[in-house]
Design a protein around this ligand. Structure first.
Ligand code: GLC
Length: 476
Protein backbone atom coordinates (compact mmCIF):
# COMPACT_ATOMS: atom_id res chain seq x y z
CA UNK A 1 0.00 0.00 0.00
CA UNK A 2 2.88 2.36 0.64
CA UNK A 3 3.24 2.93 -3.08
CA UNK A 4 -0.33 4.21 -3.36
CA UNK A 5 0.55 7.30 -1.38
CA UNK A 6 3.75 7.91 -3.28
CA UNK A 7 2.46 10.96 -5.04
CA UNK A 8 4.26 13.26 -7.38
CA UNK A 9 5.66 15.37 -4.55
CA UNK A 10 7.80 12.37 -3.65
CA UNK A 11 8.68 11.52 -7.16
CA UNK A 12 11.47 14.05 -7.45
CA UNK A 13 13.35 12.27 -4.64
CA UNK A 14 13.11 8.89 -6.29
CA UNK A 15 16.18 8.95 -8.51
CA UNK A 16 17.43 5.49 -7.77
CA UNK A 17 15.94 3.76 -10.84
CA UNK A 18 13.59 0.82 -11.02
CA UNK A 19 13.54 -1.88 -8.35
CA UNK A 20 13.54 -5.57 -9.11
CA UNK A 21 9.78 -5.53 -9.02
CA UNK A 22 9.51 -2.61 -11.39
CA UNK A 23 11.94 -4.30 -13.76
CA UNK A 24 9.77 -7.35 -13.70
CA UNK A 25 6.77 -5.17 -14.61
CA UNK A 26 8.69 -3.77 -17.57
CA UNK A 27 9.72 -7.33 -18.42
CA UNK A 28 6.07 -8.27 -18.37
CA UNK A 29 5.22 -5.44 -20.73
CA UNK A 30 8.04 -6.52 -23.03
CA UNK A 31 6.74 -10.06 -22.84
CA UNK A 32 3.37 -8.78 -24.01
CA UNK A 33 5.21 -7.33 -26.97
CA UNK A 34 4.15 -3.88 -25.93
CA UNK A 35 7.62 -2.45 -26.31
CA UNK A 36 8.61 -3.65 -29.77
CA UNK A 37 8.34 -2.65 -33.34
CA UNK A 38 7.94 1.08 -33.65
CA UNK A 39 9.92 3.36 -35.92
CA UNK A 40 11.02 6.49 -34.17
CA UNK A 41 9.93 9.05 -36.77
CA UNK A 42 6.16 8.94 -36.96
CA UNK A 43 5.88 6.16 -34.43
CA UNK A 44 4.55 8.45 -31.71
CA UNK A 45 1.53 9.25 -33.84
CA UNK A 46 1.03 5.60 -34.74
CA UNK A 47 1.37 4.64 -31.11
CA UNK A 48 -1.21 7.21 -30.02
CA UNK A 49 -3.58 6.07 -32.72
CA UNK A 50 -3.24 2.49 -31.58
CA UNK A 51 -3.91 3.53 -27.98
CA UNK A 52 -6.93 5.48 -29.11
CA UNK A 53 -8.28 2.37 -30.83
CA UNK A 54 -7.78 0.04 -27.92
CA UNK A 55 -9.31 2.52 -25.45
CA UNK A 56 -12.37 3.29 -27.54
CA UNK A 57 -15.88 2.17 -26.66
CA UNK A 58 -18.23 2.82 -29.57
CA UNK A 59 -21.97 3.27 -29.09
CA UNK A 60 -22.49 -0.02 -30.90
CA UNK A 61 -20.11 -1.87 -28.58
CA UNK A 62 -21.81 -0.19 -25.64
CA UNK A 63 -25.21 -1.53 -26.73
CA UNK A 64 -23.69 -5.02 -26.78
CA UNK A 65 -22.32 -4.42 -23.29
CA UNK A 66 -25.83 -3.41 -22.13
CA UNK A 67 -27.25 -6.73 -23.28
CA UNK A 68 -24.58 -8.60 -21.34
CA UNK A 69 -25.14 -6.31 -18.33
CA UNK A 70 -28.86 -7.14 -18.32
CA UNK A 71 -28.06 -10.84 -18.49
CA UNK A 72 -25.69 -10.59 -15.52
CA UNK A 73 -28.32 -8.60 -13.56
CA UNK A 74 -30.85 -11.30 -14.24
CA UNK A 75 -28.50 -14.09 -13.14
CA UNK A 76 -27.42 -12.14 -10.04
CA UNK A 77 -31.01 -11.49 -8.97
CA UNK A 78 -31.94 -15.12 -9.28
CA UNK A 79 -28.91 -16.23 -7.24
CA UNK A 80 -27.04 -17.82 -10.13
CA UNK A 81 -23.35 -17.28 -10.88
CA UNK A 82 -22.86 -13.74 -12.10
CA UNK A 83 -20.19 -11.06 -12.05
CA UNK A 84 -22.88 -8.71 -10.67
CA UNK A 85 -23.55 -9.65 -7.06
CA UNK A 86 -26.97 -7.87 -6.94
CA UNK A 87 -27.04 -7.70 -3.14
CA UNK A 88 -30.37 -7.08 -1.38
CA UNK A 89 -30.05 -4.11 1.00
CA UNK A 90 -33.19 -4.77 3.08
CA UNK A 91 -34.21 -1.12 2.69
CA UNK A 92 -36.41 0.91 0.39
CA UNK A 93 -36.27 4.57 -0.55
CA UNK A 94 -37.30 7.15 2.07
CA UNK A 95 -40.41 9.25 1.60
CA UNK A 96 -38.95 12.54 2.75
CA UNK A 97 -41.27 12.74 5.75
CA UNK A 98 -38.88 11.05 8.23
CA UNK A 99 -37.82 13.32 11.13
CA UNK A 100 -35.29 13.40 13.98
CA UNK A 101 -31.56 13.65 14.69
CA UNK A 102 -29.37 10.74 13.68
CA UNK A 103 -25.70 9.81 13.53
CA UNK A 104 -23.83 8.26 10.66
CA UNK A 105 -20.42 6.85 9.93
CA UNK A 106 -19.30 6.94 6.34
CA UNK A 107 -16.42 4.60 5.62
CA UNK A 108 -15.40 4.03 2.05
CA UNK A 109 -12.20 5.34 0.59
CA UNK A 110 -9.22 6.62 2.49
CA UNK A 111 -11.20 8.58 5.03
CA UNK A 112 -13.96 8.22 7.58
CA UNK A 113 -16.61 10.83 8.18
CA UNK A 114 -18.69 10.91 11.34
CA UNK A 115 -21.74 13.11 11.11
CA UNK A 116 -25.00 14.09 12.77
CA UNK A 117 -27.94 15.41 10.79
CA UNK A 118 -31.41 16.60 11.62
CA UNK A 119 -34.26 15.56 9.33
CA UNK A 120 -37.04 18.11 9.35
CA UNK A 121 -39.50 16.17 7.17
CA UNK A 122 -40.71 17.61 3.84
CA UNK A 123 -37.40 16.60 2.27
CA UNK A 124 -35.37 19.06 4.33
CA UNK A 125 -32.05 17.98 5.84
CA UNK A 126 -30.10 20.13 8.31
CA UNK A 127 -26.44 19.28 8.95
CA UNK A 128 -25.60 19.31 12.68
CA UNK A 129 -21.95 18.30 12.92
CA UNK A 130 -19.25 16.63 10.87
CA UNK A 131 -15.73 15.35 11.56
CA UNK A 132 -13.35 13.80 9.03
CA UNK A 133 -10.49 11.41 9.70
CA UNK A 134 -7.85 9.90 7.45
CA UNK A 135 -7.35 6.16 7.57
CA UNK A 136 -3.65 5.35 7.63
CA UNK A 137 -2.16 2.52 5.57
CA UNK A 138 -1.40 0.82 8.89
CA UNK A 139 -5.09 0.74 9.83
CA UNK A 140 -6.18 -0.25 6.29
CA UNK A 141 -3.94 -3.30 6.39
CA UNK A 142 -3.90 -4.07 10.13
CA UNK A 143 -6.10 -6.29 12.29
CA UNK A 144 -9.87 -6.16 12.64
CA UNK A 145 -9.75 -5.02 16.29
CA UNK A 146 -7.36 -2.22 15.42
CA UNK A 147 -9.61 -1.14 12.57
CA UNK A 148 -12.89 -1.07 14.50
CA UNK A 149 -11.25 0.51 17.58
CA UNK A 150 -10.01 3.22 15.23
CA UNK A 151 -13.59 3.88 14.06
CA UNK A 152 -14.83 3.98 17.67
CA UNK A 153 -12.01 6.43 18.43
CA UNK A 154 -13.22 8.66 15.57
CA UNK A 155 -16.73 8.72 17.08
CA UNK A 156 -15.27 9.64 20.48
CA UNK A 157 -13.36 12.58 18.90
CA UNK A 158 -16.49 13.58 16.98
CA UNK A 159 -18.47 13.96 20.24
CA UNK A 160 -15.65 15.91 21.82
CA UNK A 161 -14.81 18.29 19.00
CA UNK A 162 -18.45 19.12 18.25
CA UNK A 163 -19.48 19.43 21.94
CA UNK A 164 -22.16 16.80 21.52
CA UNK A 165 -23.36 15.16 24.73
CA UNK A 166 -22.95 11.41 24.80
CA UNK A 167 -26.47 10.00 24.79
CA UNK A 168 -28.41 7.22 23.07
CA UNK A 169 -28.34 7.71 19.32
CA UNK A 170 -29.43 5.66 16.32
CA UNK A 171 -26.59 5.36 13.87
CA UNK A 172 -26.45 4.46 10.19
CA UNK A 173 -23.21 2.76 9.14
CA UNK A 174 -22.11 3.25 5.54
CA UNK A 175 -19.64 0.51 4.77
CA UNK A 176 -18.64 0.75 1.13
CA UNK A 177 -17.61 -2.80 0.43
CA UNK A 178 -19.50 -5.85 -0.79
CA UNK A 179 -21.54 -7.26 2.08
CA UNK A 180 -24.14 -10.03 2.13
CA UNK A 181 -26.86 -8.76 4.42
CA UNK A 182 -29.30 -10.92 6.30
CA UNK A 183 -31.14 -7.93 7.77
CA UNK A 184 -30.91 -4.18 7.64
CA UNK A 185 -28.38 -4.13 10.46
CA UNK A 186 -26.21 -7.16 9.90
CA UNK A 187 -24.01 -8.27 7.05
CA UNK A 188 -21.00 -10.41 6.27
CA UNK A 189 -18.11 -8.82 4.38
CA UNK A 190 -17.55 -10.82 1.18
CA UNK A 191 -14.12 -9.42 0.36
CA UNK A 192 -12.21 -6.17 0.71
CA UNK A 193 -11.83 -3.92 -2.34
CA UNK A 194 -10.02 -0.63 -3.08
CA UNK A 195 -6.76 -1.60 -1.40
CA UNK A 196 -8.13 -2.51 2.05
CA UNK A 197 -6.90 -5.77 3.55
CA UNK A 198 -7.78 -5.66 7.25
CA UNK A 199 -7.27 -9.17 8.61
CA UNK A 200 -9.98 -11.27 10.24
CA UNK A 201 -12.97 -9.33 8.85
CA UNK A 202 -13.88 -11.13 5.61
CA UNK A 203 -16.75 -13.51 6.27
CA UNK A 204 -17.66 -11.72 9.55
CA UNK A 205 -20.61 -9.49 10.51
CA UNK A 206 -19.22 -5.96 10.37
CA UNK A 207 -22.05 -4.55 12.50
CA UNK A 208 -21.24 -7.00 15.31
CA UNK A 209 -17.54 -6.06 15.02
CA UNK A 210 -18.31 -2.34 15.23
CA UNK A 211 -20.74 -2.90 18.08
CA UNK A 212 -18.07 -4.82 20.05
CA UNK A 213 -15.64 -1.96 19.46
CA UNK A 214 -18.23 0.59 20.65
CA UNK A 215 -18.74 -1.42 23.84
CA UNK A 216 -14.95 -1.82 24.33
CA UNK A 217 -14.68 1.96 24.01
CA UNK A 218 -17.58 2.73 26.43
CA UNK A 219 -20.03 3.83 23.74
CA UNK A 220 -22.54 1.02 24.02
CA UNK A 221 -25.28 3.68 24.15
CA UNK A 222 -25.05 3.96 20.34
CA UNK A 223 -27.44 1.69 18.47
CA UNK A 224 -26.39 0.70 14.94
CA UNK A 225 -29.78 0.65 13.23
CA UNK A 226 -28.67 0.25 9.63
CA UNK A 227 -25.73 -1.04 7.62
CA UNK A 228 -25.67 0.31 4.10
CA UNK A 229 -23.48 0.55 1.04
CA UNK A 230 -22.41 4.07 -0.07
CA UNK A 231 -24.55 3.76 -3.21
CA UNK A 232 -27.58 3.05 -1.01
CA UNK A 233 -26.74 6.13 1.07
CA UNK A 234 -26.51 8.16 -2.11
CA UNK A 235 -29.91 7.03 -3.43
CA UNK A 236 -31.42 7.66 0.03
CA UNK A 237 -29.99 11.19 0.16
CA UNK A 238 -31.13 11.83 -3.42
CA UNK A 239 -34.64 10.50 -2.99
CA UNK A 240 -35.33 12.10 0.43
CA UNK A 241 -36.00 15.34 -1.42
CA UNK A 242 -36.68 14.05 -4.94
CA UNK A 243 -39.16 11.25 -5.72
CA UNK A 244 -37.79 10.95 -9.29
CA UNK A 245 -34.45 9.71 -7.99
CA UNK A 246 -34.17 6.01 -8.75
CA UNK A 247 -30.49 5.28 -8.88
CA UNK A 248 -27.47 5.92 -6.65
CA UNK A 249 -24.02 5.88 -8.25
CA UNK A 250 -20.50 6.30 -6.87
CA UNK A 251 -17.65 7.32 -9.17
CA UNK A 252 -14.73 7.89 -6.84
CA UNK A 253 -11.91 5.70 -5.53
CA UNK A 254 -14.20 2.80 -6.39
CA UNK A 255 -17.34 2.62 -8.48
CA UNK A 256 -20.73 1.03 -7.95
CA UNK A 257 -24.47 1.65 -8.18
CA UNK A 258 -27.83 0.66 -6.71
CA UNK A 259 -31.47 0.93 -7.78
CA UNK A 260 -34.89 -0.04 -6.40
CA UNK A 261 -36.05 -3.47 -7.59
CA UNK A 262 -39.52 -4.96 -7.38
CA UNK A 263 -39.52 -7.63 -4.68
CA UNK A 264 -40.97 -10.28 -6.97
CA UNK A 265 -38.06 -9.87 -9.39
CA UNK A 266 -35.48 -10.67 -6.68
CA UNK A 267 -35.62 -14.44 -7.07
CA UNK A 268 -32.98 -15.08 -4.42
CA UNK A 269 -34.81 -13.06 -1.72
CA UNK A 270 -37.12 -15.16 0.39
CA UNK A 271 -38.20 -12.61 3.03
CA UNK A 272 -41.87 -12.04 3.63
CA UNK A 273 -42.14 -8.34 4.40
CA UNK A 274 -44.77 -6.05 3.03
CA UNK A 275 -42.32 -4.02 0.94
CA UNK A 276 -42.97 -3.81 -2.75
CA UNK A 277 -39.46 -2.61 -3.59
CA UNK A 278 -36.01 -3.15 -2.20
CA UNK A 279 -32.82 -1.33 -3.09
CA UNK A 280 -30.31 -3.64 -4.74
CA UNK A 281 -26.59 -2.97 -4.41
CA UNK A 282 -25.38 -4.06 -7.84
CA UNK A 283 -21.61 -4.14 -7.05
CA UNK A 284 -21.03 -3.30 -10.69
CA UNK A 285 -17.30 -2.92 -10.12
CA UNK A 286 -17.17 -6.71 -10.57
CA UNK A 287 -18.75 -6.73 -14.05
CA UNK A 288 -16.42 -8.80 -16.21
CA UNK A 289 -17.90 -8.69 -19.69
CA UNK A 290 -15.98 -5.69 -21.01
CA UNK A 291 -13.28 -6.00 -23.62
CA UNK A 292 -9.91 -5.38 -21.98
CA UNK A 293 -6.63 -4.34 -23.53
CA UNK A 294 -2.98 -5.08 -22.80
CA UNK A 295 -2.70 -2.26 -20.23
CA UNK A 296 -5.73 -3.57 -18.34
CA UNK A 297 -3.92 -6.91 -18.23
CA UNK A 298 -0.66 -5.28 -17.14
CA UNK A 299 -2.46 -3.55 -14.26
CA UNK A 300 -3.42 -6.95 -12.86
CA UNK A 301 0.27 -7.79 -12.29
CA UNK A 302 0.49 -5.39 -9.37
CA UNK A 303 -3.10 -5.71 -8.24
CA UNK A 304 -4.14 -6.74 -4.73
CA UNK A 305 -7.15 -8.60 -6.12
CA UNK A 306 -6.12 -10.09 -9.47
CA UNK A 307 -9.02 -11.11 -11.67
CA UNK A 308 -11.58 -9.24 -9.54
CA UNK A 309 -13.32 -5.85 -9.86
CA UNK A 310 -12.69 -5.78 -13.61
CA UNK A 311 -15.01 -2.86 -14.43
CA UNK A 312 -13.80 -0.92 -11.38
CA UNK A 313 -10.21 -1.26 -12.60
CA UNK A 314 -11.15 0.34 -15.94
CA UNK A 315 -13.29 3.11 -14.48
CA UNK A 316 -12.54 4.22 -10.94
CA UNK A 317 -10.20 6.81 -9.50
CA UNK A 318 -8.03 4.25 -7.79
CA UNK A 319 -6.81 2.92 -11.13
CA UNK A 320 -6.94 5.56 -13.89
CA UNK A 321 -3.59 7.11 -12.94
CA UNK A 322 -2.00 3.68 -12.92
CA UNK A 323 -3.34 2.77 -16.36
CA UNK A 324 -1.98 6.07 -17.70
CA UNK A 325 1.37 5.38 -16.02
CA UNK A 326 1.62 1.96 -17.67
CA UNK A 327 1.09 3.57 -21.08
CA UNK A 328 3.69 6.24 -20.28
CA UNK A 329 6.23 3.60 -19.19
CA UNK A 330 5.61 1.83 -22.45
CA UNK A 331 6.30 5.03 -24.38
CA UNK A 332 9.43 5.69 -22.32
CA UNK A 333 10.69 2.19 -23.08
CA UNK A 334 10.15 2.77 -26.78
CA UNK A 335 11.92 6.11 -26.55
CA UNK A 336 8.79 7.88 -27.75
CA UNK A 337 8.41 10.40 -24.94
CA UNK A 338 9.91 11.80 -21.78
CA UNK A 339 13.44 12.93 -21.20
CA UNK A 340 15.33 10.11 -19.51
CA UNK A 341 16.22 12.09 -16.36
CA UNK A 342 12.64 12.14 -15.24
CA UNK A 343 11.99 8.55 -16.13
CA UNK A 344 12.12 7.73 -12.42
CA UNK A 345 9.02 9.87 -11.93
CA UNK A 346 6.95 7.14 -13.45
CA UNK A 347 8.67 4.00 -12.27
CA UNK A 348 6.84 3.37 -8.99
CA UNK A 349 3.46 1.64 -9.29
CA UNK A 350 0.62 4.03 -8.49
CA UNK A 351 3.01 7.01 -8.43
CA UNK A 352 0.77 8.76 -10.95
CA UNK A 353 -2.67 9.23 -9.44
CA UNK A 354 -6.02 10.13 -10.95
CA UNK A 355 -5.80 13.41 -9.06
CA UNK A 356 -2.61 14.20 -11.00
CA UNK A 357 -4.36 13.40 -14.28
CA UNK A 358 -7.27 15.57 -13.27
CA UNK A 359 -5.01 18.53 -12.37
CA UNK A 360 -3.08 18.06 -15.60
CA UNK A 361 -6.32 17.95 -17.60
CA UNK A 362 -7.37 21.23 -16.02
CA UNK A 363 -4.20 22.87 -17.33
CA UNK A 364 -2.02 22.71 -14.20
CA UNK A 365 1.54 21.64 -15.01
CA UNK A 366 1.98 19.09 -12.23
CA UNK A 367 5.48 18.33 -13.47
CA UNK A 368 6.67 21.89 -13.15
CA UNK A 369 5.10 22.00 -9.70
CA UNK A 370 7.20 18.92 -8.85
CA UNK A 371 10.35 20.77 -9.99
CA UNK A 372 10.60 19.16 -13.44
CA UNK A 373 10.51 21.70 -16.20
CA UNK A 374 12.30 19.97 -19.05
CA UNK A 375 9.31 18.17 -20.54
CA UNK A 376 9.01 18.96 -24.22
CA UNK A 377 5.75 20.21 -25.71
CA UNK A 378 5.46 16.85 -27.41
CA UNK A 379 5.78 15.00 -24.08
CA UNK A 380 3.11 17.20 -22.57
CA UNK A 381 0.83 16.65 -25.54
CA UNK A 382 1.28 12.87 -25.29
CA UNK A 383 0.58 12.77 -21.57
CA UNK A 384 -2.48 14.98 -22.05
CA UNK A 385 -3.72 12.67 -24.79
CA UNK A 386 -3.16 9.58 -22.65
CA UNK A 387 -5.02 11.16 -19.70
CA UNK A 388 -7.82 12.06 -22.05
CA UNK A 389 -8.15 8.55 -23.54
CA UNK A 390 -8.09 6.82 -20.17
CA UNK A 391 -10.60 9.18 -18.54
CA UNK A 392 -12.88 9.25 -21.58
CA UNK A 393 -13.08 5.47 -21.63
CA UNK A 394 -13.90 5.54 -17.93
CA UNK A 395 -16.75 8.04 -18.41
CA UNK A 396 -18.14 6.15 -21.42
CA UNK A 397 -18.14 2.84 -19.54
CA UNK A 398 -19.80 4.52 -16.53
CA UNK A 399 -22.49 5.98 -18.82
CA UNK A 400 -23.01 2.57 -20.44
CA UNK A 401 -23.48 0.95 -17.03
CA UNK A 402 -26.01 3.63 -15.99
CA UNK A 403 -27.84 3.27 -19.30
CA UNK A 404 -27.98 -0.50 -18.67
CA UNK A 405 -29.63 -0.06 -15.27
CA UNK A 406 -32.04 2.63 -16.44
CA UNK A 407 -33.21 0.55 -19.40
CA UNK A 408 -33.52 -2.46 -17.11
CA UNK A 409 -35.98 -0.46 -14.97
CA UNK A 410 -37.71 1.23 -17.88
CA UNK A 411 -37.14 -0.51 -21.19
CA UNK A 412 -38.73 2.15 -23.40
CA UNK A 413 -37.43 5.11 -21.39
CA UNK A 414 -40.93 6.38 -20.73
CA UNK A 415 -40.19 8.02 -17.37
CA UNK A 416 -37.70 10.51 -15.97
CA UNK A 417 -34.77 9.04 -14.07
CA UNK A 418 -32.75 11.20 -11.72
CA UNK A 419 -29.44 9.60 -10.89
CA UNK A 420 -27.95 10.67 -7.54
CA UNK A 421 -24.24 10.56 -8.12
CA UNK A 422 -21.26 11.18 -5.88
CA UNK A 423 -17.51 10.65 -5.87
CA UNK A 424 -14.42 12.69 -6.61
CA UNK A 425 -13.90 11.34 -10.13
CA UNK A 426 -17.33 12.50 -11.23
CA UNK A 427 -17.14 15.72 -9.26
CA UNK A 428 -13.62 16.82 -10.07
CA UNK A 429 -12.41 15.35 -13.35
CA UNK A 430 -12.76 18.10 -15.98
CA UNK A 431 -15.44 17.29 -18.55
CA UNK A 432 -16.35 13.88 -17.06
CA UNK A 433 -20.07 14.62 -16.71
CA UNK A 434 -20.27 16.03 -20.26
CA UNK A 435 -18.69 12.90 -21.70
CA UNK A 436 -21.20 10.75 -19.84
CA UNK A 437 -24.11 12.81 -21.10
CA UNK A 438 -22.99 12.70 -24.70
CA UNK A 439 -22.51 8.94 -24.38
CA UNK A 440 -26.13 8.59 -23.16
CA UNK A 441 -27.19 10.39 -26.29
CA UNK A 442 -25.01 8.24 -28.57
CA UNK A 443 -26.40 5.05 -27.08
CA UNK A 444 -30.05 5.96 -26.51
CA UNK A 445 -30.77 8.88 -28.83
CA UNK A 446 -33.24 11.61 -27.83
CA UNK A 447 -34.94 9.61 -25.04
CA UNK A 448 -31.63 9.96 -23.18
CA UNK A 449 -32.97 13.39 -22.13
CA UNK A 450 -34.99 11.45 -19.56
CA UNK A 451 -31.80 10.68 -17.67
CA UNK A 452 -30.53 13.41 -15.40
CA UNK A 453 -27.29 13.17 -13.44
CA UNK A 454 -27.78 14.88 -10.08
CA UNK A 455 -24.55 15.56 -8.15
CA UNK A 456 -25.22 14.46 -4.56
CA UNK A 457 -22.22 15.60 -2.60
CA UNK A 458 -21.52 13.56 0.56
CA UNK A 459 -24.77 11.69 -0.04
CA UNK A 460 -23.42 8.43 1.31
CA UNK A 461 -23.14 9.70 4.90
CA UNK A 462 -26.35 11.73 4.90
CA UNK A 463 -28.15 8.77 3.37
CA UNK A 464 -26.96 6.47 6.17
CA UNK A 465 -28.55 8.79 8.73
CA UNK A 466 -31.76 8.88 6.66
CA UNK A 467 -31.90 5.09 6.54
CA UNK A 468 -31.24 4.98 10.31
CA UNK A 469 -34.27 7.28 10.65
CA UNK A 470 -36.39 5.08 8.44
CA UNK A 471 -35.52 2.00 10.46
CA UNK A 472 -35.96 3.52 13.89
CA UNK A 473 -39.35 4.95 12.89
CA UNK A 474 -40.47 1.50 11.75
CA UNK A 475 -39.86 0.14 15.25
CA UNK A 476 -42.10 2.70 16.96
C1 GLC B 1 -16.17 -0.79 -4.33
C2 GLC B 1 -16.99 -1.53 -3.29
C3 GLC B 1 -18.45 -1.09 -3.34
C4 GLC B 1 -18.54 0.42 -3.23
C5 GLC B 1 -17.69 1.07 -4.31
C6 GLC B 1 -17.72 2.58 -4.25
O1 GLC B 1 -16.57 -1.17 -5.59
O2 GLC B 1 -16.90 -2.93 -3.51
O3 GLC B 1 -19.19 -1.70 -2.29
O4 GLC B 1 -19.88 0.81 -3.34
O5 GLC B 1 -16.35 0.64 -4.19
O6 GLC B 1 -17.20 3.07 -3.05
Amino acid sequence: MGSRVCVLQNIGCSKSGPSLFENSLIGFLIGLNITKGWDMADSTERFLKDIKDIFSLTAENARGVMVRFHREMELGLSGEKSSLKMLPSFVHRPKGTEKGTFLAIDLGGTNIRVLAIRLLGDGVIEPVALSRFTISDEVMTGTGDMFFDFIAGCIEVFFRENNITKQPFNLGFTFSFPVVQSSVNSGLLISWTKGFSVSGVEGKDVVALLNDALIRNRMGFIHISALINDTVGTIAAGSYSNPLCDMGVILGTGTNACYPEKIDKIGKYSGSDALDEMIINIEWGGFDKLERNRYDEALEVNSQNPGEQRLEKMVSGMYLGEIARLIIIDMIEKGLIISREIKSLFMLPYSLTTKHLSLFASGIDIFKAAGVDNLSDKDIRCIREIANLVSTRSARIAATAIASVVTWMDHGLQYSHHIAIDGSLFEKYPGYKDIMESMFHEILGDPSEKIRLVPTHDGSGTGAAIIAALESLKKR
